[in-house]
Design a protein around this ligand. Structure first.
Ligand code: CA
Length: 255
């Protein structure tokens, strides 16, 4: 087999570190969140569906993503591979939901950051999103939400009829207009970012972002420099301190 020496090998940069934390919360009986945090894939899935089918949906999504993007190979995936993996996860959940009546109607969000190879062989970050889990980028003291929620509330914000500050307590805040497992086809959002030294990514389920304000997330990151595990645990603790009404899952990636 011939190799292409110009392409980056599938090997994590030595300065890359990751922390993860997840908790069922203080109200729910099952943790329907799932995560994958292994080079080159850092994603969270937040499942939904009755009788613990949400757990099945998020696990199926992570399973497909692991197989498609997480396999150790010579080269990194491309941004097209990331989109194709999300579409395959969607079909897998749709098919299983149709085949098993106890899992009918299950679905899941998916978001996170994947190291990808550009056509010229350089490395970039692909942020993928379907649903209302979130991927944030933190750099030079500022937190920026990269993913855009696929929710009714976000549509109202985009239409200018709802202020972002009022979204947090809106009765429709948990209504998604895009997720994996609901329709035969899904269009995942993909954002391509140029890597910057010192940046950090936070990938989380809405069990964090519904309860903890962006400024508080930024404050936790500021207070835990170069310690992604400490940051992930502190963010989960902040969600529990704010009521812990949902499963909460956090991946912090330090570049
Ligand atoms: Ca949730």
């Amino acid at each position: 087999m011939s190799t292409t020496p110009d392409l980056p090998v599938d090997k994590a940069p030595p300065d890359l570190r990751v922390g993860t934390a997840t908790d069922v919360g203080l109200v729910r009986e099952h943790n329907e969140d799932a995560l994958l945090a292994r080079w080159p894939v850092y994603v969270v899935a937040d499942g939904m569906g009755g009788h613990a089918a949400g757990e099945v949906a998020s696990a199926l999504a992570i399973d497909v993503i692991t197989q498609r993007l997480g396999a150790v190979g010579l080269t990194l995936p491309t941004v097209e591979d990331v989109g194709a993996a999300a579409e395959q996860a969607n079909r897998r959940i749709v098919d299983q939901g149709r085949a098993r009546s106890d899992q009918a109607g299950m679905g899941t969000t998916l978001t996170g950051v994947v190291a990808v190879a550009r056509a010229d062989g350089s490395r970039a970050w692909a942020v993928v999103n379907v649903g209302d889990s979130r991927t944030y980028r933190y750099a030079e003291g500022a937190l920026e939400q990269v993913s855009v929620d696929h929710s009714e509330v976000q549509e109202l914000i985009d239409l200018g009829v709802l202020a972002p500050a009022d979204a947090r307590h809106h009765p429709l805040r948990n209504l998604l207009n895009r997720s994996l497992g609901v329709h035969d086809d899904v269009e995942p959002d993909l954002f391509l970012l140029t890597p910057h030294p010192g940046e950090r990514f936070v990938v989380c389920s809405d069990g964090l972002s519904d309860l903890v304000e962006d400024e508080q997330i930024a404050g936790v990151l500021r207070g835990s420099p170069q310690d992604p595990q400490l940051a992930a645990e502190a963010l989960v603790r902040a969600a529990l301190d704010a009521g812990g009404v949902d499963n909460v899952t956090v991946v912090v990636l330090d570049v």
